[in-house]
Ligand binder design. Structure first.
Ligand code: SF4
Length: 310
């Protein structure tokens, strides 16, 4: 992995591209992500540095701290991260994330994160000091390690993620699982879903956000380059041949599964999850043709309707 360090002059705090999250202050700790998920939507972004490169900004902690100080109205909650994982297994990134989260929490700003990575012990200790200010989401699309090794080659194993979910839930932190993207024909069989929801239920977590894979040209290229089994590749891509395109976020689009497949899939998943005492919420941003639901990423905003990023 090629790690490039830079200084940045422009602000780090930004508004996420998804409309539902715009009230949060978004922070990306790197450009690029060592988890290298094949389906990562950032692959098509102009700032994406390529599969084997990570860009780090040496001045990020000092600059964010300064941005917070200068704001007349502080954000109530900061979101890590829309375009990378805050807990990538690189010591420098872990340190940056820790320093940023500590500075935010000490300034009374809540922290929301999504991760498939490994959370360090000192970050657990930090979270344990501020459980009511943390909103966490663990990404997990299946518990089948063979599938995850292909689709999320650099991310933590399912047992590590589930163990972290359990530890954080037991600390009293509001946790949910982000089961997104579900890959139709590969991770949505009854057996796979039973195993997934059973494993989640065992951690004590009761909330799961769900959405199916959407495609963009960069994601299709990534699948074609990295999935050697042609049969599997065809099975994944074929249902998208109807070319259903939906707006995703404020300025982009994606090719989604036909609505009848998503509707039937969500109903099945909801039922299986309910059997384990788990409530699901669909990501409405990626399914705005069939639902007005909002996933658990928006929970902090829903809880605090006056939350504003200024
Ligand atoms: S963890 Fe998230 S940001 Fe990182 S590669 Fe995977 S999908 Fe992209």
């Amino acid at each position: 992995m090629n790690i490039v360090t830079k200084q940045r002059k422009t602000n780090f705090l930004s508004s996420p591209a998804l409309d539902c999250l715009r009230a949060l202050a978004n922070i990306n700790v790197s450009a690029g992500c060592v988890h290298n998920c094949l389906y990562c939507y950032t692959k098509g972004y102009s700032i994406y540095p390529g599969e084997n490169t990570i860009e780090l900004y040496e001045n990020i902690v000092a600059k964010v701290t300064d941005e917070i100080k200068r704001k007349r109205k502080k954000p109530r909650c900061a979101y890590f991260c829309s375009s990378c994982d805050p807990f990538q297994p690189i010591p420098r990134i872990q340190q940056i994330t820790f320093d940023l989260m500590k500075a935010l929490l000490e300034n009374n700003i809540n922290v929301q994160f999504v991760t498939k990575g490994i959370i360090s012990d000192k970050t657990f200790e930090l979270f344990n000091e501020h459980p009511s200010k943390i909103f966490g989401h663990i990404g997990l699309i299946t518990v089948e390690e063979k599938i995850l090794k292909i689709f999320e080659p650099g991310a933590a194993s399912p047992p590590v993620r589930l163990n972290q979910l359990e530890r954080l839930t037991k600390m009293g932190i509001e946790m949910s699982v982000r089961c997104d993207p579900i890959i139709h024909g590969l991770t949505d069989s009854d057996e796979q879903l039973q195993k997934l929801f059973s494993a989640i239920a065992n951690t004590g977590c009761k909330r799961v956000s769900i959405s199916f894979l959407f495609l963009r040209p960069a994601i299709i290229s990534s699948f074609k380059q990295n999935i050697s089994d042609k049969e599997t590749l065809d099975k994944i891509l074929k249902p998208y041949s109807a070319n259903n395109i939906l707006p995703i976020g404020l300025s982009s689009k994606g090719t989604v599964l036909p609505p009848e497949i998503r509707k039937a899939g969500f109903e099945k998943i909801e039922k299986i999850a309910a059997g384990f005492g788990i409530t699901t919420r669909i990501c409405g941003c990626k399914n705005n043709d069939i639902t007005t639901q909002k996933c658990y990423l928006t929970r902090e905003i829903m809880n605090s309707p006056k939350l504003l990023f200024s």
